[in-house]
Design a protein. Sequence first.
Length: 310
Amino acid sequence: MDSLNIRAIKAISDDEVYYAAANGDLGYTKNGENFISYNFKYDSLIPNYRSLDSNGNHFFALSVANPALLYKYNQNGLYLVYKEEHEKVFYDSLKFFEDGKHGIAVGDPTEDCPSIILTSDGGTTWNKISCDKLPKFEVGEAFFAASNTNIKIIKNTVWIASGGKKSRILKSTDKGHTWTIYNTPIIQGAAATGIFSIDFADEKNGIAIGGDYTKPTENKANKAVTNDGGKTWKLVADGQNPAYKSCVQYVPNTNGKEVFAVGKTGVSFSSDGGFTWKEVSKEGYYTIQFVDKNTAWLSGHEKIGKLLLH
């Protein structure tokens, strides 16, 4: 995994995980030890992947920057299913709904609204939502392609977290067709500030984390929770560590109590839903994804790790 920057993983089981990397590599292991990777170029371009998900039949990897390239692939082949060319194009994350037919990817604005593309046919075709159907973004408001976790889906509801000039939550309860937008108290106002990751334990209770990635040791206004489905947010552990983190995830089946946050500053854990935290490792990672309450996969710079909880 030399010179790999891995910000997007898809955890399948204790032994199986897939990844998409910044150098165009798509890889996996099925036994937890031996990694197989393949790399290809689009013309002479090397895709920089920050987004990866599966709908059960295929995997989907999406590149950042211009042109945006969205590939659908499995063991039978790899197909380009969406391409977007624009000087401002920059896609940040991608997720599928539970039905495997509907999916969503989000990117920075090319106009005065977020870039959102949807599929309803299992990822074969994707269509961009027009700005007149989306909330307006402020100049300098965008998303972060840090961990593929600024989108969260539960049933038909999807939440997306923004950063930069504003740190806000976009919410749709109809698989991405209509949207509302809510303010948060998370640090905002500069290009490197905002929400980098969100997770929801259920349709009411969620957590957001981030900070300022240019000041990774600052811990002011970088963690918040909601208990009304994302409409209102309250800062937690304000002025206390953990500082900047790029990913936050609830441990499954812990009723929203157990939470892990990872970033280049290490790994932190909360047993009370994010109100208090302890550092469990100084090892830096970009993202974490749970298979079940006992196992999670992590990825970072030139590494993939596994966390076992007992």
